[in-house]
Design a protein around this ligand. Sequence first.
Ligand code: DGY
Length: 324
Amino acid sequence: MKKTVLAFSRITPPMVERLEQDFDVIVPDPKKGDIAAQFDEALPNAHGLIGAGRPLGARQLANAANLEVVSSVSVGYDNYDVAYFNERGIMLTNTPDVLTESTADLGFSLIMSSARRVAELDAWTKAGEWKATIAPSHFGTDVYGKTLGIVGMGNIGAAIARRGRLGFNMPILYSGNSRKPALEQELGAQFRSLDQLLAEADFVCLVVPLSEKTKHLISRRELALMKPSAILVNIARGPIVDEPALIEALQNGTLRGAGLDVYEKEPLAESPLFQLKNAVTLPHIGSATSETREAMANRAISNLTAALKGQRPQDLVNPQTFKG
Ligand code: DGY
């Protein structure tokens, strides 16, 4: 008998067909009514879940008696209660590597966009405001040659640092749990404490995973350490930054600008951030290119398929659950 897979997001119809070669596949369909209700109804029979953007822990999975694996179509896995998965012996997989370059592109486009006020001046031009040569009050700030601080030098952090160093001649500072001698060699990157990095960098890019330790890593105290001319970019997770404190700094001009892809609450339909010309606000699109999302889904399908066939998945987050 085929095992059952519940595909709850980010899986296209051709991918469902591919999964159907090995599994019975259930895809909640908004045309058939409430998605959450369909998800809950399918859970007791599901051996595998695949998708992203849904918090899963004891409360949501209490009825998932047959569940063997959750294959997340994301690199971040802060949505999942890993301790609970371990207790239940449920495998958790993610999709590293395949999104590194496109997420770094987005990080760099937030640096460029904030510094050169691209989104703000695009809106200004389209509003018919360009009636004379622009005034210095509309000038941006240079990126080339400025100091780039990377908080969390993992794969994505390193890809952003490469863009900065090789493309824009930026001195690179980084902070994190460990030194990266190879990147120090390759890019001349210099290790700093977080406080020191915040004080020195012109652009601070957050690329750390969300955990209890990194929640509100950047709060009022840390924002006050940054130069008033600096720009903060967050492509990691919203709760890493204390959002009200950031809004206050942007309103008061104690921080020049922010480029944000992530927020404390998502999706976000209303926020004081939307009133701020010095905040570029994107709807969590770090990995959202057609090519990358397809690569992520394919990687997630391979992980799921391996797990349900008793093989060790390539990207197993919690190896202690593998009973192969
Ligand atoms: C990830 O993969 O974690 C990105 O944030 C996209 O969800």
